[in-house]
Design a protein around this ligand. Structure first.
Ligand code: SF4
Length: 453
């Protein structure tokens, strides 16, 4: 009988896609998926360390798995992967006897082999040996068609791994390693494969997608890659995350403007509205340069929706610096924002050289004020879209109501509507009728569709 596996995923889209890849690799090796951890022979915990307390969450979960083993007399093989695995390495094995395999972010291709080995030498009551695999690999190629996508209509396609920017607050260059690009031919092949398998939208992934330069074709930069992907027959939408503001080129803006499949949405992390805080963060752009970039994007694409990431309470951030963040958010008017209170992360410059001098109370006050501002702006933008007709990729069915469907505009806003489940996977014109705090409501506009409801 086939052994069963369960993957638990924390963190970003990169981690979600790594889990899709690991699921595909395990299934190719003969494992079957299960959603029940009591039924799993192998549990993979794919971790994230971007925010604080990630390690504690991991050890809490490992404690639960171990407790379960003690109670039932049988324990699964446990593999820990992702950024906490890379960062903590052997400390995980020392702290928890529930773990059999620790695999770094650059070693997931070896997962089936290491897990197989652990399964063979596994005792149901105790760990006989443990494996640690953290050595960085240069090779970022990945076999086509292996990843097991969690969404039939959308596919992630990794184009870059790692990052060389070393922003002062960020753990990623230490956990994901130095920047490595995937070949353009492989990326296009991956996208074509996903489209042939039913995907309507691809989302390009990388720490700084717009720094892309194809290792197999010197003429192919990020703008040219968008061009090649746009030519794929049957593909309807292209998204990407995340670009760095300082690597947005006129060529990239021009490609976004011209290419019909590239969505009118840009996630453009700013982190702070204050030039002095940006300098301390080592972001290598100023407030004025960012605002000038936003103006150029809006000039080229007046309907573009922007979203961002902001950290409040970075070391040295004064009340005046924070006011500049508020005024930047007011000036840009983001469609959505991910905001966080600063917390020191392992290995980073901010941890080693800066004093975390903004009190927790003040960080909370600042984030509450920023989020209230964003809520007002988002509400105004959503209300202004009432009456417009937007192309919406219908991607899922509501669990709560039989005829309720959900999709996203080109600008990445969620739209709920009544409709026939056969519409799932199609891009349809939808008239926006109502604005809610985090989503829109609409109705499909063609007579045919109304008659079908
Ligand atoms: S650009 Fe900065 S924030 Fe983004 S992954 Fe690289 S170091 Fe981290």
């Amino acid at each position: 009988m086939a052994k069963k596996y369960l993957i638990e995923t924390y963190g970003c889209q990169m981690n979600i896609h790594d889990s899709e890849r690991m699921a595909g690799l395990l299934e190719q090796a003969g494992y079957e998926s299960t959603a029940d951890d009591m039924d799993a022979d192998v549990i993979v915990i794919n971790t994230c360390s971007v925010r604080e307390k990630a390690e504690e969450k991991l050890f809490t979960r490992l404690g639960e798995i171990q407790h379960r083993g003690i109670k039932s007399g049988s324990r699964p093989v446990v593999a820990v992967t992702g950024c906490v695995a890379q960062q903590e390495g052997s400390r995980i094995l020392q702290r928890s006897s529930a773990v059999d395999v620790v695999i770094g972010t650059q070693n997931i291709k070896r997962l089936p082999m290491l897990v197989d080995d652990a399964v063979q030498h596994h005792s149901t009551t105790s760990r006989r040996g443990a494996v640690l695999e953290l050595d960085p690999l240069e090779d970022v190629s990945f076999p086509l068609g292996i990843a097991k996508r969690h969404d039939p209509h959308k596919a992630f396609v990794t184009i870059i791994e790692g990052c060389n920017e070393f922003c002062a607050f960020c753990v990623v260059p230490y956990t994901r390693g130095k920047e490595r690009m995937r070949g353009a031919a492989e990326i296009v092949g991956d996208a074509e494969n996903a489209v042939a398998d039913g995907a309507k939208e691809i989302q390009l992934l990388g720490q700084i997608v717009n720094h892309y330069k194809a290792p197999d074709d010197p003429s192919c930069d990020f703008a040219a890659l968008l061009e090649r992907l746009d030519a794929i027959e049957g593909l309807q939408r292209i998204r990407f995350a995340s670009p760095h503001p300082r690597h947005v080129t006129p060529r990239m803006i021009d490609s976004m403007r011209r290419l019909p499949k590239v969505c009118r949405h840009l996630h453009l992390p700013v982190q702070s509205g204050s030039t002095s805080t940006l300098r301390a963060m080592r972001r290598r752009h100023t407030r004025a340069e960012y605002l000038e970039l936003v103006a150029r994007l809006r000039e080229a694409m007046p309907d573009i929706a922007l979203s961002t990431d902001i950290i409040v309470g970075f070391p040295g951030e004064t009340p005046a610096d924070f006011e500049e963040t508020l005024s930047l958010a007011e000036a840009v008017r983001y469609h959505s924002m991910f905001s966080f209170k600063y917390s020191p992360r392992p290995n980073t410059l901010a941890l080693k050289r800066m004093f975390d001098d903004v009190s927790e109370e003040e960080k909370t006050r600042r984030i509450v004020e920023l989020q209230a501002l964003q809520k007002r702006i988002q509400g105004e933008l959503f209300a202004a879209s009432i009456g417009r007709v937007e192309p919406v990729l219908i991607d899922s069915r509501s669990r709560r109501r039989e005829w309720e469907l959900s999709g996203r505009t080109s600008g990445n806003t969620v739209v709920n509507l009544s409709g026939d489940p056969v519409w799932i996977g199609q891009v349809l014109p939808v008239r926006i009728t109502e604005a809610n705090p985090n989503s829109l409501r609409g109705e499909a506009v063609t007579a045919f569709m109304k008659a079908e409801i």
